[in-house]
Design a protein around this ligand. Structure first.
Ligand SMILES: Nc1ncnc2c1ncn2[C@@H]1O[C@H](COP(=O)(O)OP(=O)(O)O)[C@@H](O)[C@H]1O
Ligand SMILES: [Mg+2]
Length: 358
């Protein structure tokens, strides 16, 4: 094994890490190898990576400038401990890859941090501000948004309507409105312009009047990321943005994730493909059985014994099944039906006359 590049020395969690296996091995902060053909985000700021260079590879380690700080968060379901995170800090302006075997608690942690679920214990902060008691739309309004492992693009709304969803009215308790917080009726025109700008950026503008249900899985992921950006977030949590995306769109999605960092956002993303994780993460957090079992730069992770053990015999998340996708969409349509009864303006436009088509 090579000398540990970590100047503070490896720790219990990082003791198996040697830094081998990545282009940056032995030279913390050096750019990692990019897949060939890479075009976008080739020259990321890497500010976070530089800032993290001297941070020990220890679970719960303090970061130089944390945007998110988690303390003692636990969530149990019956007898199962889905999340038990003692302390976790997420560096501002970086891309933090959150990895771990299926059932590790990654999605549940996202749910908790963004107000979509309530913990049994614990607290967490964004920029020093406690978020624990806030509803999703309040969390989002403060600048912390997320996307979903199972895409929430609503199939029988148009692409543009999906973007504007929640942009009208302030009944923020609604799950769907929480996805695009902080915008109101008087801003309708501005919202539309902003939505179109984002759709152009994600190359979905030509599809603005298409039903989201006609998009490919990858395009839905792009739509969901575009929608998350409607509220100018500061922290974006992406739950498996690449899952189910065909290879042609993967590079494009990756580029968009890097672009978020370029714009100064803090990104936390769940991903299973270690090549992808190595490529774009400034820091990697590994969960297993609800706990953080390792953290460090990407090159520290693959040879970490605790990580290897956690993955041995563990199954990676299976790709979404058609049934799962349909269940989510059916639930979404029930939500929309309720919103329509409530008179949600965004749903009243020419293009919704095809409702019931699905
Ligand atoms: N609503 C729920 N009810 C019961 N168990 C749940 C619920 N949500 C998640 N779990 C369980 O919590 C654990 C963590 O799940 P999850 O956060 O989805 O893991 P990951 O996203 O890392 O695959 C799993 O064992 C899962 O079955
Ligand atoms: Mg998950």
């Amino acid at each position: 094994m090579r000398a540990d590049p970590n100047p503070h020395g490896a720790t219990a969690s990082g003791s198996g890490a040697s830094g081998a296996g990545a282009a940056g091995a032995g030279a913390p902060g050096a750019p990692l190898q990019k897949p060939s053909g890479w075009q976008r985000g080739d020259a990321p700021q890497r500010l976070a990576q530089t800032a993290l260079r001297d941070v020990p590879w220890e679970v719960g380690v303090a970061k130089p400038d944390p945007a998110i700080v988690v303390d003692g968060v636990t969530r149990t379901f019956g007898g199962l401990t889905a999340v038990a995170v003692d302390h976790l800090e997420v560096q501002r302006g970086g891309i933090t890859g959150l990895i771990g075997p299926n059932g590790a608690g990654k999605t549940t942690l996202f749910n908790l941090l963004t107000g979509f679920d309530q913990p049994n214990t614990g607290s967490w902060e964004f920029d020093g501000r406690p978020l624990g008691k806030l509803a999703p739309h309040q969390v989002a309004r403060l600048g912390v948004v997320r996307t979903f492992q199972l895409t929430k693009a609503l199939s029988r709304l148009t692409v543009l309507q999906n973007m504007l969803l929640g942009a009208q009215g302030q009944r923020g308790e609604s799950f769907w409105r929480a996805l695009v917080p902080g915008t109101w009726k008087s801003q309708e025109q501005a919202n539309t312009e902003k939505a179109m700008d984002l759709l152009r950026r994600f190359k979905l503008d030509a599809k603005k009047d298409d039903f989201a249900g006609t998009l490919s899985g990858g395009q839905r992921k792009l739509l969901e990321m575009a929608r998350a950006l409607m509220s100018d977030p500061k922290v974006v949590m992406l739950d498996e943005p690449m899952a189910g995306v065909n290879p042609a769109l993967t590079q494009s999605l990756l580029g968009h994730v890097k672009d978020l960092r370029e714009e100064g956002m803090t990104v936390i993303f769940v991903e299973h493909d270690m090549d992808v994780v190595r490529d774009i993460s400034d820091w990697v957090v590994v969960m297993a059985a609800g706990r953080v079992i390792a953290e460090g730069p990407p090159e520290s992770i693959s040879q970490n014994q605790a990580v290897v053990d956690a993955y041995l015999g563990a199954h990676h998340d299976a790709p979404l099944t058609v049934e799962e996708e349909d269940q989510v969409l059916a639930q979404a349509e029930r939500e929309i039906a309720r919103e329509e009864h409530g008179g949600g303006d965004v749903l009243r436009s020419d293009t919704t006359t095809g409702k019931g088509e699905r």
